[in-house]
Design a protein around this ligand. Structure first.
Ligand code: ADP
Ligand code: MG
Length: 344
């Protein structure tokens, strides 16, 4: 549905050249939800704006729904762009129009009668759960409600693609969840392909199946969400993983003289990381029974991505070197990475 081929975007500003996007190629399947994650300044918004040609790439080709946008004339492009909806962090609603007026806005001049517009707008308001707010003005709505209006408005022209640029970044965690659920529903019910731009790991984990990690204008890592975050290859990806896991705190705990972690002779401090999709097996109780180990969990951070555990544990295991080595081998065979942090 979205194909970018060697897209670059340079800005000339005050005699300086900023290369915001560098040689990005990507391919997003029709009907999927894909994410681009990166820290501020990585080039995400510029890349998103290249998808609908709000920014014309300096180099490369943009192909959406089979049409090469970079080859279209102004008028053809304006037509095609209607098939690409966009939502933003700050909602960008018209303050002087009601909720109904905002959602109906893209249908102006489409030759539809008042009744036809109503038949279009009402179900959209229902989809986003705002039927009772049709006559309200944006200033009378909460942030989450404003974003719902923006989503309904973006859907009014029956887009094939919805671009979401930090759409939940101004919202509290609970409202974020509800907006993400709505986007999932939009994807499921209408088949709209969604590209989520975010700096929040949680957002990607929640709804994306594919992820692209962006840094310094480039895509530095990409793939299936589980795979990318289970085995991060780039430092930037590791930082995102650590942002929603507290397993990395173990070093702090070890360095804290006020709360020493006592390891008896023969005890091992391990970090266990889930590397592959695995059915949840009672790994800890298995190793403690099979190898007669004492296992104490110090930290744990496990989430389910597509029903598969992602994350890991920090544990202290005691029972002697040989048994521990055998247990480590058992875990490795089950695709759990075993990392020795220290031993007594
Ligand atoms: N219109 C512009 N003119 C000049 N520089 C720009 C423009 N838009 C973005 N940039 C620069 O491009 C880089 C990437 O910005 P942006 O795409 O907004 O990143 P992100 O959305 O990941 O925070 C930044 O260095 C930013 O200052
Ligand atoms: Mg941005």
């Amino acid at each position: 549905m979205i194909r970018l081929e060697h897209v670059s975007k340079r800005f000339e500003a005050g005699g300086q050249t900023v290369e915001a996007v560098k040689d990005v190629s990507l391919h997003i399947e029709k009907g999927s939800i894909a994410g681009i994650i990166g820290f501020s300044g990585a080039g995400k918004s510029t890349l998103a704006r290249c998808v609908n040609l709000l920014e014309r790439p300096t180099e490369g080709r943009v192909i959406v729904g089979g049409s090469e946008l970079t080859a279209l004339s102004g008028r053809q492009l304006r037509e095609k762009r209607k098939k690409i909806g966009m939502i933003f962090q700050h909602f960008n609603l018209f303050a002087s129009r009601t909720v109904y007026g905002n959602v109906a806005y893209p249908l102006r001049g489409s030759g539809r009668s008042k009744k036809e517009i109503e038949d279009k707008v009402k179900p959209l308001l229902e989809l986003v759960g705002l039927s009772d707010k049709a006559d309200a003005y944006p200033s009378q709505l909460s942030g989450g409600q404003k974003q719902r209006v923006a989503i309904a408005r973006a859907l009014a022209s029956d887009p094939e693609v919805l671009l979401s640029d930090e759409a939940t970044s101004a919202l509290d965690p609970e409202t974020t969840q509800s907006i993400l659920r709505l986007l999932k529903e939009v994807n499921r019910a209408l088949g709209v392909t969604i590209l989520i731009i975010t700096h929040e790991m949680q957002v990607i984990k929640e709804i994306c199946s594919q992820v692209y990690v962006m840094e310094g204008g480039r895509i530095v890592e990409q793939g299936d969400v589980f795979q990318v975050f289970a085995v991060p290859r780039q430092a930037v990806t590791r930082r995102f993983v650590d942002s929603t896991s507290h397993l990395s705190r173990i070093q702090e705990l070890l360095d804290d003289p006020a709360r020493p972690i006592k390891l008896n002779p023969g005890d091992y401090l391990f970090r266990l990381n889930y590397l592959e999709r695995s059915t949840s097996e009672a790994l800890i109780s298995n190793i403690s029974r099979r190898f007669e180990l004492d296992v104490n969990i110090l930290l744990g951070s496990i989430e389910l991505i597509d029903g598969n555990p992602l994350g890991g544990l920090v544990v202290v295991a005691g029972g002697g070197h040989d048994k521990i080595a055998a247990a480590a081998e058992y875990l490795s065979k089950r695709n759990v990475q075993v990392e020795v942090i220290s031993h007594g």
